[in-house]
Design a binder for this molecule. Structure first.
Ligand code: PLP
Length: 377
């Protein structure tokens, strides 16, 4: 089997090429002429995510992440909410990692609660504590491959094993690691999700989501997606498809550059702490080394003193903006942006201080980014 770098370029491409077109043409249509369809699944309507643009992406994603099937959706949150709503009903319960992307946390805390779906947090680094949280109605165990914004790598093999042992669907948000660095299905996870807005697309110009899993799991999610309606527009499919072709080369640069910057920050007298699983001092280092082929471009750090907001303003290259995984470096203060909705008490409990800075290392030359940090210090 060809390597992932090669599969990113060739897997899922139509054979023969459509009109010989080397790049995937955009099927910008809402519907297709009927051709004798006999079942609902055969109806070709763009809300059902079944244009040639969708098919090509589904095959490429399934192959690179080691799944039987895949589905693209309108956003990372559409991937998360559709997967959960497809597999849960009123009265069900889930176990979720303590620190999660803020949007996922709010979905669980506010929206799913209203539908009678409840959850308990688990400490993803302490498997011995999980069984106590298990209930007879627990259906899903949910985590992130690298948590946001503290960059912790959970006991991932244990989570997949716990799910299997107790008949739970194990679901992982693999956005931060990307399939280049980690393929969760290969260690036993049932469903892997992405905000494709981030590394998969990589250019900060598309909002998209992806789900990869077994044929049965993806079929169930696809069925719910058809009615929940979060389909991906064909033009967004085209952009995501184009972006994904360079994922391997981009991730190589992100991996190397973030490691260099994390090492620089860890040695800086004005830095209190650095969160990056590729640093030997990180509590996640051994797990990351065992499971990942690189740690990606996301890191966070705390200043010893001084205002995080003032420091961000002094930086020349990174754009202060939410989101991550783009070609340009991006910085934010999680307490004032992605995790603002959590409130001060929950943020403190989750270990997210006001002086924490999250840095999405882009594709600039790392020497320039380090010089920029130095002048800001
Ligand atoms: N998962 C993670 C880890 C994220 O960081 C984000 C967005 O920042 C999402 C999911 C949601 O993705 P989207 O904004 O594409 O809906």
């Amino acid at each position: 089997m060809a390597s992932l770098t090669t599969q990113l370029i060739h897997a899922g491409e139509p054979v023969p090429r459509i009109e010989g077109s080397v790049s995937m043409p955009i099927f910008q249509t809402a519907n297709f002429e009927n051709g004798g369809e006999e079942t609902y699944d055969q109806v070709r309507y763009t809300r059902l995510n079944n244009t040639p643009n969708h098919h090509a992406l589904h095959e490429k994603l399934a192959i690179i992440e080691g799944g039987e099937a895949a589905l693209v959706l309108a956003s990372g949150m559409a991937a998360i909410s559709t997967t959960l709503l497809a597999h849960l009903q009123a009265g069900d319960h889930l176990l979720v990692q303590k620190t999660l992307y803020g949007g996922t946390h709010t979905l669980l805390y506010e929206d799913l609660r209203r539908f009678g779906i409840h959850f308990d947090h688990v400490d993803a680094g302490r498997p011995e504590t999980w069984k106590d949280k298990l209930k007879s109605n627990t259906k899903i165990i949910y985590c992130e491959s690298i948590s946001n914004p503290l960059m912790e790598v959970p006991e991932l093999e244990e989570i997949a094993r716990f799910g299997r042992e107790h008949g739970l669907l194990s679901v992982i948000d693999n956005t931060f690691a990307s399939p280049v660095n980690f393929r969760p299905l290969t260690i036993g996870f049932d469903v892997s999700l992405h905000s494709a807005t981030k590394y998969l697309n990589g250019h900060s110009d598309v909002i998209a989501g992806a789900v990869i899993g077994s044929k049965a799991a993806v079929k169930k999610i696809n069925h719910a997606a058809a009615h929940l309606g979060g389909s991906l527009d064909p033009h967004a499919c085209f952009l995501l498809h184009r972006g994904m072709k360079t994922l391997a080369v981009r991730m190589k640069h992100h991996n190397e550059s973030a490691l260099r910057i994390a090492q620089y920050l860890a040695g800086h007298p004005k830095v209190k702490s650095v969160n990056f699983p590729g640093l030997e001092t990180s509590p996640s280092f051994a797990r990351a080394r065992r499971l990942f082929s690189g740690c990606g471009g996301m890191l966070s750090f705390e200043l010893k003193d001084g205002e995080a907001a003032t420091f961000l303003r002094a930086l020349k290259y990174p754009v202060t903006a939410a989101s991550l995984g783009g070609v340009e470096s991006l910085v934010i203060q999680p307490a004032r942006s992605t995790h603002l909705g959590l409130g001060a008490v929950k943020r403190a409990k989750a270990g997210i201080s006001d002086s924490l800075i999250r840095y999405s290392v882009g594709l600039e030359d790392p020497a320039d980014l380090i010089a920029d940090l130095e002048q800001a210090f």
